[in-house]
Design a protein. Structure first.
Length: 255
């Protein structure tokens, strides 16, 4: 929702805005709630990264948590400034993150292991260049949706082959947070005109950020559990401070 010109960043140059009034609380933050709502995602990604490093999980999971963190920080920059350049720091990592998920989901059964990371890296680099030079608009959303759909069959396969009830609960939490986040995102986009006339803005896009922060954390934790099972590391789902689920493993001494 455009409300004029920023007193610090200059005119709004991003091609997408959400249903939140600009620069209401600070001349440095365009969309206040859409900015701070990314903080849980940064914290959860940091917790996941620390857990992966402490237990010496494969580097792919450390990179995945770092990509989640980079995406949340990029989103902070974008919603704080509403500048075209910072918009790329939000949208491009969204695609890179999904490419990492595709690698983690499909690589265990990929016979030519060196080809997959090479292809995905080149694909991600090419996308970043094209997205920088060309305004993709609806094509970006369709491309992102396609990558999401490619992940679903493999996630479902992991779910049905997992017998641990706590691990299955992680997958269910992943699904619930995804549905709720998408619901808030759609309402914020579709009913913005009606919401703008209300005395209170429910900040649907901000809730999308919060739910997706938990969504990626639950997805990562579930995938870490499944990978630990594949490697014979005897994984168990524990809870940090009795609340936040995490994976604990027991590697054989030879590993």
């Amino acid at each position: 929702m455009e409300d004029g010109i920023s007193s610090f960043w200059g005119p709004v140059t991003s091609t997408v805005e959400c249903c939140e009034k600009n620069f209401v609380y600070s001349s440095y933050i365009a969309e206040f709630f859409n900015t701070i709502s990314n903080i849980p995602g940064v914290i959860l990604a940091l917790i996941g990264l620390i857990n992966a490093l402490r237990q010496r999980f494969e580097k792919r999971f450390s990179v995945l948590h770092l990509s989640n963190m980079a995406l949340a920080i990029g989103s902070i920059l974008y919603h704080a400034t509403l500048q075209r350049m910072q918009q790329h720091s939000d949208e491009t990592p969204m695609v890179w993150e999904l490419l990492l998920y595709l690698y983690i989901l499909y690589s265990p059964d990929w016979h030519y292991r060196s080809t997959m990371p090479t292809f995905l890296f080149l694909y991600g680099a090419a996308f970043a260049v094209v997205h920088q030079l060309v305004h993709l608009g609806i094509a970006f959303k369709l491309h992102y949706l396609l990558l999401c759909l490619l992940c679903i069959p493999r996630m479902y396969k992991y779910y049905i082959y997992t017998s641990d009830l706590l691990a299955k609960r992680l997958a269910k939490l992943y699904l619930v947070t995804l549905v709720l986040g998408c619901l808030f995102w759609v309402c914020d986009r579709v009913f913005c005109k009606e919401i703008s006339s209300w005395c209170f803005n429910p900040q649907g896009h901000a809730w999308w950020h919060v739910f997706m922060g938990f969504n990626t954390y639950f997805a990562n934790t579930f995938l870490m559990f499944c990978r630990a099972q594949q490697r014979g590391w005897n994984p168990k789902v524990a809870h940090l401070m009795g609340i936040l689920p995490c994976v604990k493993i027991e590697k054989p001494k030879t590993q």
